[in-house]
Design a protein around this ligand. Sequence first.
Ligand code: ATP
Ligand code: MG
Length: 267
Amino acid sequence: MQNLEVKSKKIAKMLHQDFIESQLVVKEQEARMIESRKMATLGEMASSIAHEINNPLAIIAGNNVLIKRSLNEPSNEIDIAKLLKNVEKIEKTVNRVDKIIKGLRLFSRDGTLDQMSSASIDSLIEETLSLCQERFRTSGVLLSFETNYHGDILCRGTQISQVLINLLNNAYDAVVELDEKWVHLKIKQVQNELIISVIDSGFGVPIEIQNKILQPFFTTKELGRGTGLGLSISKGIIESHGGGLTIQTLKGHTCFVVKLPINQKAA
Ligand SMILES: Nc1ncnc2c1ncn2[C@@H]1O[C@H](COP(=O)(O)OP(=O)(O)OP(=O)(O)O)[C@@H](O)[C@H]1O
Ligand SMILES: [Mg+2]
């Protein structure tokens, strides 16, 4: 009898061990899927990111030509104030390229093994926005941003950037063909929570597909344009941060809301 008890205890222990190991495997696979979807997004965005960098480079080159031309004038005709403006423009544009590169670094690094760390929400947003601003501008989609929170947040920055890029890309896709096209990113601190809303000028997600869009592989985009993984991965990322991702309709417009706890220790 006692023998039987010992045996069943052993089996229970083995089953428990198996369960823990399979949970670890699932977690690892989830992390790999997040990473591979992110790299695919990066590939899809590659040409628009090149454009984000190309435009500032053209501005720098243009101002450089103007400076050279001025310096070739007889010295008494050199307009110092104008020269200074050109130099300042170059400086500002170099800073813009720097942000884009930081955004790329933030987005592309492998975040699967990252521990949560304290990150400035201002830098995180600025660097993420710098990856898509030019694309929005070129297509005539007005991208605006407001925040009432300038502190830090305990998070895996790479993953939060991935969520934002997906929500912004979805919003872009939803409005780019409309007459009225805008996307508004709003960040608000409410007590110990950060509420990140991405609102677009679209007319909301049809009620009949609202409960499907967070499921993996659900997409309404044409073949080759969407995998239908963006929102389900985003939801997983946000939940692993102890937050939530929901969809709402705000004054008839589509609004995705991310809620993230702000860890006071990190703030
Ligand atoms: N802002 C939005 N407005 C309207 N519909 C949306 C919006 N965001 C998402 N959707 C709907 O939800 C679906 C799923 O979005 P999700 O981000 O998961 O995948 P996807 O954008 O289709 O593909 P992927 O993100 O993998 O490239 C979209 O195909 C679209 O039908
Ligand atoms: Mg998407």
